[in-house]
Design a binder for this molecule. Structure first.
Ligand code: MRU
Length: 376
């Protein structure tokens, strides 16, 4: 996708040093655009757990490179298989809810089992990245039809989409999941406008979705996390599209904490609620919501907020784009530092609240029959 005139992916192999994988450091956005270089399986584990890379498909893509690094690090050892399986478990443990992570790691360890060579693993990791980008584009193409229909029904009027967290190209390799239909619709001249909520505690909406959309020129408005219900009650939302980190075969979808509340509000207001994700996000081993493990993160994410002080803005705010400001991010407590907090990263929206699932194989209803038919 575009940053200014240039087309970017969120992860790529370095051109001058093939054993370096570059990612956009998402902890620094939107205040500065910095590329983080990954050179070892340790680097990958840290980048995922610190959320320098995040979003289910991108975590999987990064972990695939992690297995290649593991192979390079252990190839001279006698117990290489055990060493790689050990690293595979470490990678899987970094973010427990996103199933794409274990999906990609398992796919890489299978390749390693059959063909334990650096080039085979390098190619397999690169293929996972390419496939993720391709899958996101397909999600965009299928989802585009939903937006086209709404636009047609509104006589070409603006289609208002509400999304949560960041399920755009930063969370994937390219295009995104929830945002892929939006980008494609915008590029085709369909009038779209996105309601972006902050997504506390890490503010992926305010920091990342807003950055992505502004760089691609898609109209959007940032709203407080709890504004969604009000917007829906007042006819300001035509469709809700969110991403997903793990889906059951019954159509229950785990996504960033707060998604469930959006789904309840959408249901109450008769607004279609779609979850968009590649088929690798289905966990084929589970069929009910309580089987999804919900990641709990450091309470400091709730107690603190990151930002930049107003006085570093020495250029007009309207001209401020991520690439133009290299301010130091500062952390501030927003409550008494000693209080007790809990920080659930995700929640599960039950299938009954999901109007449909947009995948790279098409759109289906959120029920077992439709899902298994789609996957067969
Ligand atoms: O904790 P994060 O930022 O990794 O959570 C991301 C989300 O919840 C996304 O909606 C999800 O991964 C789908 S990404 C296309």
């Amino acid at each position: 996708m575009n940053i200014g005139e240039k087309v970017y992916r969120s992860i790529w192999q370095d051109e001058s040093d093939q054993t370096t994988i570059n990612v956009i450091d998402q902890r620094r956005l939107p205040f500065s655009y910095e590329v983080l270089q990954l050179r070892s399986v340790n680097d990958v584990c840290t980048a995922i757990s610190d959320m320098a890379v995040r979003g289910a498909p991108l975590i999987g893509a990064a972990a695939a490179w992690g297995i290649w690094f593991s192979f390079l690090e252990h190839r001279a050892e006698n117990n290489i298989k055990e060493a790689i399986l050990f690293d595979a478990d470490r990678l899987k443990a970094t973010r427990p809810t996103a199933v794409n992570l274990s999906w990609a790691v398992d796919r890489m360890t299978e390749v390693c089992e059959k063909n334990p060579e650096s080039e085979a693993l390098r190619t397999a990791a690169a293929r996972i990245c390419d496939e993720e980008a391709w899958r996101s584009k397909k999600i965009g193409e299928y989802g585009l039809e939903l937006l086209r229909d709404i636009s047609y029904r509104k006589g070409g009027g603006t289609v208002n989409i509400l999304t949560h967290c960041n399920a755009g190209w930063l969370a994937c390799v390219d295009y995104g999941t929830a945002l892929a239909p939006v980008y494609l619709a915008h590029d085709k001249g369909i009038r779209v406008h996105v309601w972006v909520d902050e997504t506390r505690p890490r503010n992926q909406g305010a920091r990342l979705t807003a950055w992505e959309l502004s760089n691609h020129g898609v109209p959007f408005t940032l709203v407080a996390d709890n504004a969604g219900g009000h917007l829906m009650q007042n006819g300001l939302v035509d469709i809700v599209i969110v991403g997903c980190d793990r889906a059951t075969t019954s159509g229950d979808v785990a996504n960033k904490i707060g998604t469930y509340l959006k789904a309840l509000a959408a249901h109450d207001n008769g607004i279609p609620f779609y979850s968009a994700f590649p088929v690798s996000t289905f966990d084929m081993t589970i069929d009910s919501p309580e089987q999804i493990m919900i990641e709990e993160r450091d309470g400091d994410e709730i107690k603190k907020i990151d930002g930049i002080p107003e006085n570093v803005l020495n250029i007009p705010v309207e001209t401020l784009h991520a690439t133009s400001l290299h301010a130091d991010i500062q952390s501030f407590y927003i409550c008494q530092p000693g209080i007790s907090v809990s920080n659930y990263g995700f929640d599960v929206t039950p299938a009954r609240l999901v109007t449909g699932i947009i995948t790279d194989r098409g759109i289906c209803r959120a029920d077992k029959d439709s899902i298994l038919k789609l996957l067969s």
